[in-house]
Design a protein around this ligand. Structure first.
Ligand SMILES: Cc1ncc(COP(=O)(O)O)c(C=O)c1O
Length: 408
C-alpha cells in the first residue's frame, strides 16, 4: 500500500516552516489543526480581490460567489452527498443549536430522543434542553471503565416514540471510532433519524457520509485544515421536512434552511482549499484518474494508515505506565489518535510542564464533562490530551514519548 509522503504533507502547511514554531511538536490537534497553504491562499485572494457582496454580475462579485459555490460542490463530492445538502455555519455548536430549534418545533410532547454521555456538550446540551418542551430524553450511556458505547444498549432504548438518535462518530476524549453504519441502521430500523457529531473524526480523513447513512453529519473545518467554520451535512428528506429556520423566502434552498445568519463569505470560499489540499495529496501519491469521491476515499485511507502506525507506540507506552490511566481502546486501528490520560493529579499543570520540552498539548475537560464524570474522572482534575493527525511525523511521536517519560 502507498505510504504517506510526510515531507510533501508538511510542505503544504506554513506552520512547519514558521520560525516561531520551530522545535515545538503540536499535540493539541483535536482542539484545532494547522491550516494548509491552499486554504490560506484562497482566503488571502478573497480578501484582496473579492471582498464585495457576492453573486452580482460584476467580476469580483461573480468570482466570489463562484468560489463559495465551488466549496460546497467539491466538499459535497468528497462527502458523497448532493451540493445543497452541505451548509456552513459559524461553528458546530451553533449548527446543533439551530438544529435543536428546528426539532423543538417539529417534535410533539411524548416523542423521545436519544443522546449519549460520550459526546462533547455541543451534541448533547441543546438536545437535552428539549425536555423543557415535554420531549422525553433517553441517555445511551458508556461503559464506566472503557468509555465504550455499546450499540446493543441502544437497541434497548428504542421504541416507536424515538424520533432522533444523537451520537458521536468519535468522542474527543475516548477516541474510539463508533460504527456509524451499524448504529444508523439500528436507529433507522426503529424509525428514528440520526445526528452524528463528526468533529473528532473528520480531521483523520473526511468520511463518505452518503455511505455512512447518517441523516445529519457535523464537523468543524478549523480542525480539518480549513478556516473557522462549522460544516453540516443535512440529508434532503429530513432537511425539507423539518421547519425552516432561515428567511421564509429562502425555504426552498435546503442549504439555507438551518443557517439563519449571513455566511462568512471569505471563509466559505476558502473552504474549497480543503478540497485542493486533498487533491494535491491524491495526485502526489496516486497516478490513476479518479473522481472527487474516490480521491477523497483514497486520501482518507492514506491518512488513517499513517496515523494508526504512529499511534500504536503511544498507546503501548501509555498502557504499560502504571501511574496513568489511558482512556479508551489500546488498539490503534479502533480509535483516532486523540489520546486522553487521567493522571494522579490535575492535568493542566502537567500540560504546561510539557511546553518547555517542546510539546504543545492541553489539559482539562475538553467540554466532554459528562463523559469524564461517567468514567469516574473529576472534570476539575481533567485529563491530559495528546492528539495528532496525519501531518505529525515519526520523530515528533518519538519526542512525545521521551518527554512523557521524563515528565510523567
Ligand atoms: C467532538 C466535538 N464536537 C463538537 C465540538 C464543537 O465544535 P465547534 O467548536 O465548531 O463548536 C468540538 C470542539 O472541540 C468537539 O471536539
Amino acid at each position: 500500500m502507498t505510504q504517506l509522503d510526510i515531507k510533501f504533507v508538511r510542505a503544504q502547511f506554513p506552520a512547519f516552516s514558521e520560525p516561531s514554531l520551530q522545535g515545538q511538536a503540536f499535540f493539541e490537534n483535536a482542539g484545532g489543526s494547522y491550516t494548509c497553504q491552499q486554504v490560506i491562499d484562497r482566503l488571502t485572494r478573497f480578501y484582496h480581490q473579492r471582498k464585495v457582496q457576492p453573486y452580482s454580475a460584476y467580476e469580483a462579485s461573480r468570482l466570489g460567489g463562484e468560489e463559495m459555490d465551488e466549496a460546497r460542490t467539491r466538499l459535497a463530492l468528497m462527502l458523497g452527498v448532493d451540493t445543497d445538502e452541505v451548509s456552513f455555519g459559524p461553528s458546530t455548536t451553533q449548527n446543533t443549536y439551530v438544529l435543536a430549534q428546528a426539532f423543538r418545533q417539529w417534535l410533539k410532547p411524548g416523542d423521545a430522543i436519544v443522546v449519549t454521555n460520550q459526546d462533547h456538550e455541543a451534541n448533547s446540551g441543546p438536545w437535552r434542553r428539549l425536555a423543557d418542551e415535554g420531549i422525553e430524553v433517553r441517555e445511551w450511556t458508556i461503559d464506566p471503565e472503557t468509555g465504550h458505547l455499546d450499540p446493543g444498549d441502544l437497541v434497548d432504548l428504542l421504541d416507536e416514540s424515538v424520533r432522533l438518535v444523537c451520537f458521536p462518530h468519535c468522542s474527543n476524549v475516548v477516541g474510539e471510532i463508533n460504527d456509524v453504519v451499524a448504529v444508523t441502521a439500528i436507529a433507522h430500523a426503529a424509525g428514528a433519524f440520526v445526528c452524528v457529531d463528526g468533529v473528532s473524526y473528520a480531521p483523520h480523513g473526511l468520511p463518505n457520509v452518503g455511505k455512512l447513512g447518517a441523516d445529519i453529519y457535523l464537523f468543524s473545518a478549523y480542525k480539518t485544515y480549513g478556516p473557522h467554520q462549522g460544516i453540516m451535512v443535512m440529508r434532503r428528506e429530513l432537511g425539507m421536512m423539518l421547519p425552516n429556520q432561515g428567511h421564509y423566502f429562502n425555504e426552498a434552498s435546503l442549504y439555507k434552511r438551518f443557517t439563519p445568519a449571513g455566511p462568512d463569505h471569505a471563509q466559505v470560499a476558502a473552504s474549497a482549499g480543503m478540497a485542493d489540499y486533498a487533491d494535491a495529496l491524491y495526485s502526489h501519491h496516486f497516478s490513476e484518474a479518479a473522481d472527487e469521491t474516490k480521491r477523497a476515499e483514497a486520501v482518507h485511507d492514506l491518512m488513517r494508515a499513517h496515523e494508526v502506525k504512529h499511534l500504536q507506540p503511544v498507546l503501548d507506552y501509555l498502557s504499560q505506565k502504571n501511574s496513568v490511566r489511558l482512556v479508551g481502546p489500546t488498539q490503534a486501528d479502533s480509535r483516532a489518535p486523540t489520546v486522553a490520560v487521567e493522571l494522579s493529579g490535575q492535568a493542566e499543570p502537567v500540560a504546561a510542564e510539557l511546553a518547555p520540552h517542546g510539546i504543545m498539548a492541553g489539559g482539562g475537560d475538553f467540554y466532554a464533562v459528562r463523559a469524564l464524570e461517567a468514567m469516574g474522572i473529576d472534570p476539575a482534575k481533567g485529563v491530559l490530551r495528546l492528539s495528532f493527525v496525519h501531518y505529525t511525523s515519526e520523530n515528533e511521536v518519538s519526542k512525545l514519548i521521551s518527554v512523557l517519560d521524563e515528565v510523567l
